[in-house]
Design a protein around this ligand. Structure first.
Ligand code: ADP
Ligand code: MG
Length: 619
């Protein structure tokens, strides 16, 4: 037994079939000869009738269609939902139209545009006409057009080249539309113009010569120059030129040039060049010598390096091998380290004995770093000259020794002072008892006083680190120092004079330190006059609050280049000088809020010492 729903359905199907039969003659021609696929569906989606176009397209025979073809068999799975949606709309009386794919009996796929048209009999919908237009071809054509368009778009969007064709005179006979985008000129604005008129004045000669070469050699040319845009701005372009040669005469007819904007590239190149230059300068003028070597071959050396090895120019170095620059004692270790670096390791600074071009030896610290130079594995060698440092080190040791000697002297002074006190005591007793040798006793007494003074000065020198600021009378201080130096001075035929026109000049100072300054300056003056001379010490008030003390000698003075360096630690021109005197003096004076100035010529040297005066006066 059929259900009521089934009954309604078959009832409708009967109505549909009746309808089709009744209208058969009316639509026969239209139906059978139609170029579109036409089929009729009952409301359940069964195909009840189809035209030959449909049968051809789908591959189902007339009987196959009538008997069992259902809507869902006609469409690929992914389309079925959509189709049924439209179909049910048609069953509800709507007229849907849509594109979809249809699948043939043998599995081919075609694109169709389908219209569903409801069929109503007695006000009820009993079936649906389906008219399918094959749009496969249309789609293909559309696709093709889209591809062509896409390709054109790709081409036009990416055309960074201007193609210019010029005749023998250089007149532009063709220019590609891209010129508008790249140069700002529409093609007709520059056609017939001479191409060289667009080239930057500084580049014209070059561009002209290159054209001539292409014309005469009949070979392609490559060139870069600046070209003027319509806006007046110049851009760098690269131009590839090809001569077009006539078949018959074999003469050049035209030159076709492909011109590309390389402004950006130029900029990048220039920046890279600048960076490299900076880097090169860094290396070139680095305080360390730098050598780049491959095996024993020197590929690069910087200025410092050339100087270090005593070369007048770098070429002299390039004629040498690295082995020739290393002391034979160090060849073995150099070889080992070379292998190490070539294996990719950085070696630490190590002391090496190296040889200058003239064969003399020097000591340096050497470090090796693996690097790439001109595309090959090489060694970046840093050489640090340590001659100076060694010397400084020795001097430091020396001054260390000196200070030890100073302390020793101070110790001795201390020891000598005790017996001296005893001797002085006995001498006084003897003096009272012996009236015959009064003058002798006086001499002994004054010599003893002198010894005592010198000893006490030595003791002062022994304690340079105890800083004690006191109000001190400057003139007394200077007199004391003068006394101390006088003996040595007289031995050298030197006269020391102290000139001053003010008394009671008090300064706040560490007496011992200031004494050391005066001794240093006086000793230098004495040492500058091996054949004798005069030293004048002058004291003058300077403004309200300062005093100037001049130490003038009549010694040999110093030339400008030495004067410039005086005061550098360890700078000395003396065989056993320490080169510390002036430096220490400067430091002390500056610590006292003062200053030192030096003048010098062949007539002698003047040292000016400026110091602040204490506000209260000593009485
Ligand atoms: P040093 O006396 O140990 O050499 P200094 O620092 O005291 O060290 O002096 C440095 C150098 O300055 C001396 O070697 C000398 O060349 C120069 N110099 C200093 N004072 C004088 C001077 N009065 N006359 C000439 N040269 C001087
Ligand atoms: Mg000195």
């Amino acid at each position: 037994m059929n259900s009521p729903v089934e009954e309604i359905k078959s009832e409708k199907r009967i109505l549909l079939l009746k309808y089709l039969k009744k209208n058969h003659s009316r639509y026969e021609t239209l139906f059978s000869y139609n170029e579109d696929s036409i089929f009729v569906l009952d409301i359940e989606g069964h195909v009840v009738q189809s035209n030959p176009t449909f049968q051809q397209l789908t591959g189902y025979s007339h009987t196959e269609v009538d008997e069992k073809l259902k809507l869902q068999l006609l469409f690929p799975i992914d389309q079925i939902n959509r189709v049924f949606h439209h179909f049910s709309n048609a069953v509800l009386g709507r007229f849907p139209n849509f594109d979809c794919k249809i699948i043939t009996k043998i599995g081919e796929i075609f694109d169709l545009n389908i219209s569903f048209i409801p069929i109503s009999v007695d006000d009820q919908i009993v079936g649906v006409w389906a008219v399918g237009k094959d749009i496969t071809e249309l789609k293909r054509k559309k696709e093709e057009i889209r591809k062509v368009e896409e390709m054109q778009r790709v081409l036009t969007d990416n055309i960074l080249d201007v193609i210019i064709s010029t005749n023998l005179q250089g007149e532009i006979v063709y220019v590609s539309p891209s010129s508008e985008y790249i140069l700002g000129y529409e093609p007709n604005e520059i056609i017939n113009q001479n191409v060289l008129a667009l080239v930057h004045p500084d580049d014209v000669k070059n561009a002209y010569d290159n054209r001539k070469k292409v014309l005469s050699s009949q070979e392609n040319g490559r060139d870069s120059f600046r070209i003027r845009k319509k806006s007046g701005e110049y851009i760098w372009v690269e131009s590839l030129s090809k001569p077009i040669i006539a078949h018959d005469t074999l003469h050049v007819l035209e030159i076709v040039s492909v011109i590309r904007d390389i402004t950006e590239r130029k900029k990048v190149e220039e920046e890279a060049k600048k960076r490299e230059e900076t880097y090169r300068n860094l290396v070139e003028y680095s305080p360390d010598a730098v050598i780049i070597a491959k095996d024993s071959l020197i590929l690069f050396i910087n200025e410092t390096g050339a100087r270090l090895f005593g070369a007048a120019n770098k070429r002299e170095i390039f004629n040498k091998t690295l082995d020739e620059m290393v002391h034979p004692d160090f060849h073995q270790i150099a070889k080992e380290r070379e292998l190490n670096v070539m294996a990719g390791h950085v070696t630490e600074f190590t002391e090496f004995k190296l040889l200058r071009l003239d064969g003399s030896e020097f000591v340096a610290e050497v470090k090796g770093i693996p690097t790439i130079y001109e595309n090959q594995l090489a060694r970046h060698i840093i050489i640090r000259d340590i001659t100076e440092r060694k010397k400084t080190h020795e001097l430091l040791l020396n001054s260390e020794k000196l200070s030890v000697a100073g302390q020793l002297a101070a110790g001795i002074a201390h020891e000598v002072r005790n017996p001296l006190t005893a001797i002085k005591g006995f001498l006084q007793i003897m003096e009272t008892e012996d009236n015959n040798h009064k003058s002798f006793f006086e001499i002994i007494q004054s010599e003893m006083d002198r010894i005592e003074l010198i000893l006490s000065e030595l003791l002062v020198l022994a304690k340079p680190h105890e800083l004690k600021f006191n109000a001190v009378d400057l003139i007394t201080l200077l007199e004391n120092v003068k006394t101390l130096i006088d003996t040595q001075a007289v031995l050298n035929g030197i006269q020391i004079t102290l000139n001053y026109n003010i008394h009671n000049l008090t300064i706040h100072c560490d007496q011992n330190q200031l004494k050391q300054v005066f001794i240093n300056l006086l000793k230098n003056a004495v040492e500058a006059m091996p054949d004798g001379g005069n030293i004048t010490i002058e004291v003058k008030q300077y403004g309200f609050s300062m005093v100037k003390i001049y130490f003038k000698d009549t010694g040999r003075g110093m030339p400008q280049e030495i004067l410039k360096r005086v005061g550098e630690p360890f700078f000395t021109t003396k065989q056993d000088g320490t080169g510390l005197g002036i430096m220490i003096s400067k430091q002390i004076v500056e610590n006292h809020g003062g200053n030192i100035n030096i003048w010098s010529d062949e007539q002698g040297t003047i040292i000016e010492l400026i110091l602040p005066i204490a506000s209260e006066r000593l009485h």
